[in-house]
Design a binder for this molecule. Sequence first.
Ligand SMILES: [Zn+2]
Ligand SMILES: [Zn+2]
Length: 286
Amino acid sequence: MQRIGVHTSIAGGLPASVERARALGCSTFQIFSHNPRGWALAPRSREEIAAFRRLTAAFNLKPVVIHTSYLINLASADPVLRRKSMEMVVEELNIADSIGAQYVVLHTGSASGEDPREARKRAATSLAEVAAADGWRAGLLLENTAGERGDITSKIGDIADIVRRVPSGLIAGICLDTCHAFAAGYDIASQEGIAVLADDIRKHIGKRGLKLVHLNDSKGPLSSGLDRHEHIGNGRIGVEGFRRFLGHPFFSGLPLILETPKKKDEDDPRNLQVVRELLREMPSAH
Ligand SMILES: [Zn+2]
Ligand SMILES: [Zn+2]
């Protein structure tokens, strides 16, 4: 069975996020462990954590994924921000282990006007330092980014450049975001573009390193560098693009988590339905 889910809100406490995933019929899901635009961590009681673990097990939801804070910049030239970012990654891994999450998804950071190679080296140095304390069950997944200004991880080869400098054990692999890939110039709406991306992953990371897909359509055109998610089928990738992508053997069977816009209550159910219908058409029918 291919696992499908969405990013759900933790408003009302961690167990509420599991109930939301369950109500949508998800078999995997993602959360922020705290407000992703702040550094403050919410204290969690033992009861809250136990309820979260009990519900994810009862509903057979896996993988459980934590998306890290947007403030993290492991590549920052500012030593204070870099230190805070490393501490935050450690905290997220600790939380992941406490709640039984398998993966922590990370946007590594940005270069802010500097040489991107230097910035990637700095990000790798930060991650190597985090890795020195490794002992976590949860694995870190580096996510490809959309190619906005200062971006250092929009190409798979760039992510690999960081991964290869970090002692093994900490980084479990990559999370591929389809919107970001498209915005960064991988034309995954076409069969050729899908093949290029598959080749890039095979060459730089290895197929086994691809652990998770963030399935999002893209508001921005190909190579726009815009990180703007759209409902599945309504963006520049389109239903046909997703049919090709999901049907490609390299990308089939992976857990899919949607981070599509949530303006109305029907948005998540509708996006999930579109994806389920596409999967139902696949020859390996689930
Ligand atoms: Zn994403
Ligand atoms: Zn995004």
